[in-house]
Design a protein around this ligand. Structure first.
Ligand code: GLV
Ligand code: GLV
Length: 324
C-alpha cells in the first residue's frame, strides 16, 4: 500500500503534486503543523513528515509516530529536529541546502545596508513628518564601502555574503572550524581569522553558522564587549546564537552602534517573544524571519523537499541527507 505522508503546511509550486506521486498526503494546517491533535491521534501510520522549521521534531513526537522513516525539512537548518533521536530510530532527515543561499545573502546584505545607513530610522522619520529639509547632520550612519565585514560561518551562505561585500568594496574576514583552501580564499577575497579576531577586527559582523551546541549564545556579553565601538551585528542565521539581553545592553551602552536581525532566540510556531529592551532599541532593524522568502526561492525549497521525499521512497537515496 502507498505510504502515508503528513505535510505540515501548504507548500507553493508543484511540491504537493510531486509528493503525492510518492504516497497519500494528509495536509496540515498552516501555523499548526505537527502540533495538530488530530494528526497526532492518527500519527501511528505516517511514514514521512514534511516539516517547516517551526515544527519541533523531538523524541516525544517520534514516540507517537512508530512507522516514521523520513523527515523532509523545508529549510537548510535542522535545529528544529532532534537528529540523535531520529538516528536512534533509523529515521532519515533531509534538508534543502543550496536553493536558498542567494536569497538569504540578499536579505542579510539588505539588513547590513539598512542598519549601517539607518534606512528604517529614515523611513520612520519621513512618515512621522520629522523630515523638515536637508540637514548635514541628519541620520549620519556608518560607512559600508571600505569597512571590514566579519563573517561567522563560511558555508554557501557566508560565501555568498562575501561576494556581495566585495562588490561593495568591503574587506572580508571569515571564521569557521575549517579553513578553505587558499585558491578559494583568493577567489572570494576573504581572509581567515580566529573567532576572537573576527569580532575584534570587524566593523560589521554577520552570522551564517548553523545553530548547534557550539554556536548557542556564541554572541555573548563577553564577546560583544570585544567588538569595535560603533560596530554592527547582522543575524540571519538563528536567534539562539545571540544572547538578546546582552545584545540590547551592548546597543544601549556600547560598544555596538546598530544591529540587523531576522531571527530571534524565542520563536515558536505561534509566538515570538523578543527581549523587551532589544525591541526598544531604535538602532536595530528587524525583519520577521524572511531571509529565504523570495518567490522563486520558496518554490525551490518546497520542490527540493519534495524531490528528497520522492527519491527516498523510490530508491532510499535522497540527495540531501543530513548526517547525525
Ligand atoms: C531558514 O531559516 C532555513 O533554515 O531554511
Ligand atoms: C547553507 O546552505 C550554508 O552552507 O551556509
Amino acid at each position: 500500500s502507498e505510504p502515508r505522508i503528513f505535510v505540515s503546511s501548504p507548500l507553493p509550486g508543484r511540491a504537493i503534486e510531486q509528493i503525492q506521486e510518492a504516497g497519500n498526503v494528509v495536509l496540515g494546517k498552516s501555523g499548526v503543523g505537527v502540533r495538530d491533535e488530530e494528526f497526532l491521534e492518527e500519527g501511528a501510520s505516517f511514514e514521512a513528515l514534511v516539516t517547516l522549521l517551526t515544527d519541533r521534531v523531538d523524541a516525544a513526537l517520534l514516540e507517537r509516530l512508530p512507522a516514521l522513516r523520513l523527515v523532509a525539512n523545508v529549510a537548510v537548518g535542522t535545529d528544529n529536529i532532534d537528529l540523535a533521536a531520529c538516528a536512534a530510530r533509523n529515521v532519515v532527515v533531509t534538508n534543502t541546502p543550496g536553493v536558498l543561499t542567494e536569497a538569504t545573502a540578499d536579505l542579510a546584505f539588505g539588513l547590513l545596508l539598512a542598519a549601517a545607513r539607518r534606512i528604517a530610522e529614515g523611513d520612520r522619520m519621513v512618515r512621522s513628518g520629522g523630515f523638515q529639509g536637508f540637514r548635514f547632520d541628519t541620520l549620519v550612519g556608518a560607512p559600508v564601502h571600505g569597512s571590514t565585514l566579519g563573517i561567522v560561518g563560511f558555508g554557501r551562505i557566508g560565501q555568498a555574503m562575501a561576494r556581495r561585500a566585495r562588490g561593495f568594496g568591503m574587506h572580508v574576514l571569515y571564521t569557521q572550524r575549517s579553513r578553505l583552501n587558499p585558491n578559494m580564499e583568493t577567489a572570494l577575497g576573504a581572509t581567515y581569522v580566529s573567532m576572537e579576531e573576527v569580532f575584534a577586527q570587524s566593523d560589521i559582523v554577520s552570522l551564517h553558522c548553523p545553530l548547534t551546541d557550539e554556536t548557542k549564545n556564541l554572541v555573548s556579553s563577553k564577546r560583544l564587549s570585544t567588538m569595535r565601538p560603533g560596530s554592527i551585528l547582522i543575524n540571519t542565521a538563528r536567534g539562539a546564537c545571540v544572547d538578546e539581553a546582552a545584545l540590547a545592553a551592548a546597543l544601549r551602552e556600547g560598544p555596538l552602534g546598530a544591529a540587523g536581525l531576522d531571527v530571534f532566540a524565542r520563536e515558536s510556531t505561534t509566538s515570538v517573544s523578543i527581549d523587551i529592551e532589544l525591541l526598544a532599541c531604535k538602532n536595530v532593524v528587524f525583519t520577521p524571519h524572511i531571509a529565504s522568502a523570495d518567490l522563486a526561492t520558496r518554490v525551490a525549497m518546497a520542490e527540493t523537499a519534495a524531490k528528497n521525499l520522492v527519491a527516498f521512497f523510490h530508491d532510499g537515496n535522497p540527495p540531501n541527507v543530513v548526517r547525525y
